[in-house]
Ligand binder design. Structure first.
Ligand code: ATP
Length: 247
């Protein structure tokens, strides 16, 4: 599956480049995207989602290239995006919003409606199917965002800080959900939380000021922590060492 980013450049309007000549292969499985504030994580996710267009370089999934108009629709059907804020669509109920997302990705109304029930069941929202999406809590809204990507069977799901602001119980629900869905899709998740790294992710990408500081398996990332660091603190130590240039 992997998404390939080849020599991509991106800057907002006329400002300096946020990503300059970035090359990266995102493997299948669960990938965590780490980096300090302003590192370029959301920007990279925007490129991967094809919501942002690189000024140079290419983003590809299989044979599909986001710079080619004829590939774009199929690329977007295969890639789901959960932005930092999942917005409830005014007037829509939970199941309707999931179905609407499927329709926007090119499913027929009938197909989107039929698939929506299974998708909200998978994220544990079926009991709230008839509730207005505007009445959901932050954690429930993010689960609805995941359901939206399941309706159109995305092969890759991109998530921008999906657990930010969630309480520990909701974070655990999210981790469980990721575990349950692992066989169904690949995930690229940007986060500042390093505690769950070992249990939840197969590989790590660490970005700082638009540059890749680390790209590889979670095991090799944890191996960068100094030997004496206790197992629960290894991810944080590896992260800090790389960002400070010590690892
Ligand atoms: N819409 C925008 N217009 C102009 N500059 C932007 C915009 N969005 C982001 N930037 C700038 O691009 C750089 C990278 O931002 P980005 O949001 O991608 O980083 P991030 O790693 O996701 O940060 P955080 O962890 O704080 O969410 C920052 O310098 C930011 O100020």
């Amino acid at each position: 599956m992997p998404i390939h980013v080849s020599h991509c450049c991106f800057g907002y309007r006329r400002r300096a480049l946020v990503l300059a000549d970035l090359t990266l292969a995102l493997p299948s499985g669960c990938v965590v995207l780490l980096g300090p504030n302003g590192a370029g994580k959301s920007t990279l996710l925007g490129l991967l989602a094809s919501a942002l267009k690189p000024s140079a370089g290419r983003v590809t999934l299989g044979g599909l290239d986001t710079s080619k108009r004829r590939d774009l629709k199929r690329y977007r059907q295969q890639v789901g995006w959960l932005p930092q804020q999942v917005t409830p669509v005014p007037g829509l109920r939970v199941r309707e919003q999931a179905a609407y997302a499927g329709w926007l990705k090119g499913l027929s109304r009938r197909e989107a409606w039929d698939r929506s029930l299974g998708a909200i069941k998978q994220v544990g929202l079926d009991e709230l199917a008839e509730r207005s999406a505007e009445q959901l809590s932050g954690g429930q809204l993010r689960r609805l965002g995941i359901a939206q990507t399941l309706v159109h069977s995305a092969r890759v799901v991109l998530m921008d800080e999906p657990t930010a602001g969630l309480d520990p119980t909701q974070r655990k629900v999210f981790r469980g959900l990721l575990e349950d869905l692992k066989d169904q899709a690949s995930f690229v998740v940007s986060t500042h939380q390093t505690e769950d790294l070992e249990d939840s992710y197969d590989s790590v990408v660490l970005l700082d000021r638009g540059e890749i500081l680390f790209e590889g398996s979670t095991i090799s990332f944890l191996g960068l922590a100094p030997q004496q660091v206790a197992s629960g603190r290894r991810a944080e130590a590896a992260y800090t060492g790389l960002v400070k240039g010590e690892a």
